[in-house]
Unconditional design. Structure first.
Ligand SMILES: [Zn+2]
Length: 244
């Protein structure tokens, strides 16, 4: 498979599996139902995805470099279906905006089973997103989370205008404004373009929020089992700039 030429697999013995269920239950002080949230104990379907957090980030950014240069790999979607029917072990989770121009699987030149993507307009960590990422860490052993904002984000722009004008957006859109208000308020009065500043601040705030989200994500961060980083996607170049 084409991904195997990238980085190369890491031997399982370098990262011995732990009883994640016990760890999380201890961290949480919770009695979790074993069968409902058990760690994936079987052999990973994509051994090349068993990576340290640093190597996972390196692979993600190398994929973005290929995408930027227009030399994305040809992915063998047909022949990977069978192995992926048996499970998944993505090497990265991405919290991305829902904007149709971003497409994390494309911009990191990844195949199916590689990236666990959670998307919501404005790329913020709602309870549902946090729960999804907890699943990625605890059950799928994903070693990396990236919060991915992007230039010209319409959700952040709408939040700025709503706050500035004192208007209430229709339908359920105010929930997005509420979620993005901390980033908008944090950049009030700062030099430079307010939308750009708010987009970057929103990424950084969500990175910090995720790192501190107990019990599961914080425990994995403290244990250095996962790295959480932020990035911003440039629409014209396709390049992802790392912010943290
Ligand atoms: Zn957006």
């Amino acid at each position: 498979m084409c991904e195997r030429c990238v980085d190369g697999p890491i031997k399982q013995s370098q990262f011995p599996r732990r009883n994640i269920l016990k760890l999380a239950a201890a961290a949480a002080g919770l009695a979790m139902a074993p069968r409902a949230f058990a760690a994936n104990a079987k052999a990973p379907p994509k051994p090349e995805n068993v990576l340290s957090p640093d190597l996972a980030l390196d692979r993600l950014m190398k994929g973005n470099a290929r995408y930027v240069d227009g030399v994305s790999k040809r992915h063998d979607f047909r022949h990977e279906r069978e192995v992926l029917s048996k499970g998944q072990n993505p090497f990265a989770a991405v919290l991305s905006c829902a904007d149709s121009r971003i497409a994390p699987e494309y911009c990191f030149d990844t195949a199916r089973g590689d990236v666990f993507v959670c998307r919501v307009a404005g790329n913020f960590a709602s309870d549902e997103i946090v729960a999804s990422l907890e699943y990625a860490l605890q059950v799928l052993n994903t070693p990396l989370i990236m919060v991915l904002g992007h230039e010209s984000c319409g959700a952040v722009d709408a939040a700025i205008k709503s706050i500035k004008d004192g208007t209430t957006l229709p339908g359920h859109l105010p929930t997005l404004v509420s979620a993005l208000t901390p980033a908008v308020n944090a950049v009030q009065g700062q030099p430079g373009d307010m939308l750009t500043n708010a987009i970057r601040r929103n990424v950084l705030l969500n990175v910090e929020q995720l790192k501190a989200t107990a019990p599961i994500i914080k425990a994995f961060v403290d244990d250095k089992k996962v790295r959480i980083v932020g990035g911003v996607y440039a629409l014209k170049s396709g390049r992802v700039e790392l912010l943290s």
